[in-house]
Design a protein around this ligand. Sequence first.
Ligand code: NDP
Length: 240
Amino acid sequence: MKAILITGASSGIGYQTAALLAKQGNKVYGAGRRIEKIEPLQKLGVIPLSLDVTNDDSVANAVQHVIDESGRVDVLVNNAGYGSYGAIEDVSIEEAKRQYDVNVFGVARLTKAVLPYMRKQHSGRIVNVSSAGGRSTSIYGAWYHSSKYALESFSDALRMEVQPFGIDVAIIEPGAVKTNWGFIAADHLENSAQGGPYEKDATKMAKGLRKFYSSKKLSDPSIISKAIADAINKKRPKTR
Ligand code: NDP
């Protein structure tokens, strides 16, 4: 039984992954700001944790809770994230910083908080949920995609640093998955463009995003949950 902390467990990929990992017999701490959305998972044994990945104290408290209760942290799944879409000219630097604070620095905060424990254990696995958009970009996606590009390179550097301590780092790169993600991205895109030079195109794209993310054909988040569980359960080669 592994002690697993997963962020963004209140919705979509994180919710289904917390459920799957609990069903596999792990002690799962499901974290998010909207803790009430995680509570239904208690019936599977998931322990809801209040967490805002942009807040240092909140991160420290969440990790301390896991350590106090389980005495260790075997796996960290950095899944919390959102897409702040909008034209570069339209998106304020303040919002761009918020995007990085969740998608990049949020991951860094959690990572820095668990590493001292994982190093002492001489074992641990960190799974970072990036995106296919961490390798390719799209119009109006500068801040989201660059944040995921940053996460990719952060994860690769981290893997090299912590490998000597018996800690492994995996990256998951979902394509489009049926969650709230597309609707949140569409709202950001539409709101940022209101009354500005990109309004017509951005509004059209936002409409398209909502339609696309409403499609029954879109992949279910359980596909990504299985990939995350595989990344946790697979034995990794000793040398690479
Ligand atoms: P959802 O919008 O359904 O879930 C996002 C989760 O992130 C929520 O649980 C939310 O929790 C959490 N979150 C956002 N901000 C914060 C914060 N400041 N502190 C703590 N938690 C936060 O989207 P998905 O499940 O789709 O997204 C999960 C990950 O997958 C993200 O990193 C996303 O970028 C990535 N991804 C998604 C794709 C898709 O098509 N769905 C494609 C590629 C990648 P709460 O609001 O309760 O805090």
